[in-house]
Design a binder for this molecule. Structure first.
Ligand SMILES: CC(C)(COP(=O)(O)OP(=O)(O)OC[C@H]1O[C@@H](n2cnc3c(N)ncnc32)[C@H](O)[C@@H]1OP(=O)(O)O)[C@@H](O)C(=O)NCCC(=O)NCCS
Length: 153
């Protein structure tokens, strides 16, 4: 049986990525957002099972910290531990680059994602008011941060 594999996202993957993106978000990233991320050198990775795309993530490096910009699992594969696996991959990558921590934003209404981040050690740092588009007006963003403890700290 084929194993799951992480691979760097290429521009030819963006069609498959965007199909998932449109299915799982009310306000999805555009295909161009993914292309721009790849061209900017952000860490964009996909999780595949054979030729089937299961999920993906995009992380931006900012000096010695990183910012998780997108973490997504295909609708029919959610709740099976893949989100946690993708997130752990990003954390391992960031730690291997000696970064000091990871930052992300999440909607207050997205309690499922918040549960994942809490169980992975992210803590609430603050709130960005009116950050996200919403069906009615705007929604705040919760800003979460996970510090990485290096040896000796
Ligand atoms: C959020 C998302 C990435 C999580 O991935 P997933 O594969 O569904 O989650 P996992 O199966 O790895 O679950 C990881 C943990 O989060 C919890 N969790 C995940 N989704 C949950 C939900 N909808 N409700 C309650 N808990 C949830 C699980 O219980 C699990 O906790 P545990 O380890 O203590 O059992 C995925 O559901 C997704 O793509 N959602 C739509 C896009 C999105 O919201 N992305 C995040 C934007 S900030």
């Amino acid at each position: 049986m084929a194993k799951m594999q992480f691979r760097a996202m290429s521009e030819t993957d963006v069609g498959a990525v965007s199909l998932i993106e449109q299915q799982i978000y009310e306000f999805p990233w555009s295909p161009q957002n993914f292309i721009d991320s790849i061209r900017a050198g952000y860490e964009a990775h996909c999780l595949w099972h054979d030729y089937s795309l299961l999920g993906y993530l995009v992380v931006m490096r900012v000096v010695d910290e990183c910012h998780l910009l997108n973490l997504s699992v295909r609708a029919d594969m959610q709740g099976k531990g893949l989100g946690k696996r993708l997130l752990q991959w990003a954390i391992d990558w960031a730690q291997s680059c000696h970064m000091k921590g990871m930052l992300l934003e999440v909607r207050p209404s997205n309690t499922g994602a918040q549960r994942l981040y809490e169980t992975t050690g992210f803590k609430l740092m603050g709130v960005r008011k009116h950050y996200y588009p919403a069906a009615q007006g705007r929604e705040d963003a919760l800003v979460l941060f996970k510090p990485f403890h290096t040896q000796g700290e």
